[in-house]
Design a binder for this molecule. Sequence first.
Ligand code: G
Ligand code: MN
Length: 455
Amino acid sequence: MDHNKPSRLSDTLRQWFAPNRRDSQAGPASASLEQHIAQRRSQVSEHAYGLLLIQIKTFQPLADSYGLGWCETLLDQFGRRLQALLGEHDQLLSLGDGRLLIYCEAASPSRSSELAERVMQTVNSPIDCDGLQITLDLRMGIALSPDDDQAPLALLQKAALALASTGPGVDALARYNNDLEQQRSHRLTLTQRLQQAISDNALSLHYQPTLDLQRNQVTQVESLLRWTDPVLGAVAPSDFVALAELSGDILALGDWALTEAARQAKEWRDTGMAVRIGVNVAGRDFQRPDFAERVLNAISTTGAKPGDLVLDITESATIDDLLLARQHMQRLRDAGVGLAIDDFGSGYSSLTVLKQLPAHALKIDKSFIIDVDRDSTHHKIVRATIELGHNLGLSVIATGVESHTSLQLLRQLDCDAIQGYHLCPPLEANAFEAWWSQRELHISDAVRAEPGIFN
Ligand code: G
Ligand code: MN
């Protein structure tokens, strides 16, 4: 093939990377991007330029369905459309995996966003690809030099951060801003410190009691991961669990929490405290083939009983592999481990999934419960969910109960159990033991009418 006369645009695109490949840390594509931009810069006097990083959202599924060769043709057609929008000194590159980069010369914010808007509009009409009419969906991140960064590679990384921050619809196009870099670096720091905390064994479990409304008794507590970093202070699980899922640390975290909860349950049982402990299970942990086995191992190595533990499993943790989820749950249920569907209502709340899961309990997400005494829509949803749960043979637990009126309302709605600040916040093991020894007092405080009305 004559490399000076590429027959297709995609060949031109690839030529950016094909010659002069070298093993740089940043990879060949980045290396030649740098070379290319340096070359461009030597030809013009203007300082400003911009990078528009485009992602074809459906690229991977298209490649999976029609093949990579077909996608090359698609890219070729699409590239031609884009090329028609570019000025003399602009350049289009393919970075692979359906990502295209536009080098935009003399890019003021207005010129780059105008070009970006026009790029977005190119997909308003379908692209003919080997006789198929394909409508693409794009997202795009923009970074400008010298404002956002100067060096080409650094600028590309910022365009990528902008791209990652995009959402659906009108948010599919984003310009880089400094917050994105700060968030990126904060995520790195958090992950680093979390790994340190795991190896220092510096995490702990806090415990929040669940009140059985029929018997006015606490027989169960939920354990919640707590991490207080010496520098960052207390970090909320919602802030670190997602990062731990990403890094894979969630597997170590999950093992630790399970074993610690089982150990605590055994210790409490030995001292006459009859409470089962709920453990939150992360999706990535639950999807491991040996999950059920590891739970049963943690139980037997700590000397706990299967009935000492309840696993809180979110619906989203079951959805990827419903068959595996059912197998885990059936095995654990047969062994005597309690199973609850957690955060119900906040995810897909798929009835197809719910009807197939062999759980004992349904926990209604706290977002519906916190204001159930004030929000009539939440009231209706909660009433219907309690009825749904009961009809499916599940006991229903409301989480996030913050007031006596909510507790009373939930009792009227025939809810089986409640959990929330109104009864007790999550407490350290010691503090919970103290609470437990006074539990009758705490419970009667929580369930009685407002002070001053009857006494
Ligand atoms: O997603 P999940 O329901 O497991 O969330 C548990 C978190 O909710 C814990 O971090 C806990 O501190 C918090 N929490 C517990 N009870 C309440 C409550 O009554 N109100 C609110 N807003 N949060 C609560
Ligand atoms: Mn939970």
